[in-house]
Design a protein around this ligand. Structure first.
Ligand SMILES: Nc1ncnc2c1ncn2[C@@H]1O[C@H](COP(=O)(O)OP(=O)(O)OP(=O)(O)O)[C@@H](O)[C@H]1O
Length: 293
């Protein structure tokens, strides 16, 4: 396929929601779009200019796509979910964000199901502030990728619901008004992975069969088993179970204990209530799940 692009023409902003079940190639498509868009949109720009930015809500999701968290990319307040009004940037921060993102053309948001309606609205306001434009997202094109049947946002309404700011809510949902849906339907995973992806996609819509249940149950293992994979990723529903598992794993390591004390110089809700100390040993596995900035 050949493509011509005149740098003098700024493309009309578009807002697309790419959805699809497990294994339909969403991440693969994002990587391809990022590479192509960077190549095309960087024409005539200097090497430091950011023309495409890839973000996700959580640190883990942004790490997987080699992107940024939405909070760090757009200087969002830590606890936006507790507020129903927009907080403008200080003039110093605004000018620094303008020099960083002034040439931005495309924002890609992965794992969109975890982004709440208020967050999306805040990103729109932030981009409008940076770009000095009243257009949706300050005239920046947005590709949102993900599956709304996956993890919902924490303590916020879903992205397609109405926002908390009462006056702005009267204008309607920025998601409903602007985003056009494109759904990937073909599972691109191969062999065994494909069977697993098909099972996940049936569970996703509550259409799972007895065979699907058997497949999942066939992988069940008790933690008393001799072949129990102790170092595999564990997922728990409650933080207290996470903490007790982590302490148990740390205690099993025969290395000296290290206690790292975090100094939180501004203990208010803006700082996100960072834990004040961390217990670990050499060779402990560490996952960073807060924005330490
Ligand atoms: N167009 C394509 N041609 C060939 N292989 C593809 C294509 N798109 C994706 N794949 C392959 O299919 C597999 C699944 O793709 P990918 O991880 O992008 O799916 P996904 O929708 O992000 O899945 P999940 O929601 O489970 O994370 C990968 O191994 C990827 O390399």
């Amino acid at each position: 396929m050949s493509m011509t692009y005149k740098t003098t023409e700024r493309p009309k902003p578009f807002h697309i929601f790419v959805s699809g079940g497990a294994g339909t190639g969403k991440s693969h498509l994002v990587r391809t779009i990022v590479q192509t868009a960077n190549r095309i949109l960087s024409i005539g720009q200097s090497a430091e200019d950011i023309v495409v930015i890839v973000c996700a809500f959580t640190g883990v999701a942004s790490f997987n796509i080699e992107g940024h968290t939405l909070h760090s990319a757009f200087n969002l307040p830590v606890n936006q979910s507790r507020r129903d009004y927009y907080i403008r940037l200080s003039s110093e921060k605004l000018s620094s964000m303008r020099s960083k993102l002034g040439n931005l053309s495309l924002l890609i948001i992965d794992e969109i199901s975890m982004v709440g309606a208020d967050h999306l609205y805040t990103i729109h306001r932030r981009l409008s502030e940076i770009m000095t434009s009243d257009e949706p997202f300050g005239g920046i094109s947005v590709i949102a990728v993900g599956d709304l049947s996956q993890l919902p946002p924490v303590a916020q309404k879903q992205v397609f619901e109405s926002i908390s700011e009462p006056i702005a809510a009267l204008y309607g949902s920025i998601w409903q008004k602007n985003f056009q849906l494109i759904e990937l339907q073909e599972i691109m995973r191969q062999k065994d992975d494909k069977q697993f992806a098909e099972t996940l996609n049936r569970i996703r819509t509550s259409n799972h069969t007895d065979d699907d249940v058997q497949l999942i149950k066939s992988r069940e293992i008790q933690n008393t088993s001799t072949i129990y994979p102790t170092t595999a990723l564990h997922i728990f529903a409650f933080n207290k179970d996470v903490d007790s598992h982590n302490i148990e794993m740390i205690q099993k390591l025969k290395e000296p204990v290290i206690i790292i004390t975090a100094i939180d110089s501004k203990t208010d809700e803006q700082t996100g209530r960072i834990k004040t100390f961390h217990l670990m040993r050499k060779r402990s596995l560490v996952a960073c799940y807060r924005n330490y900035s």
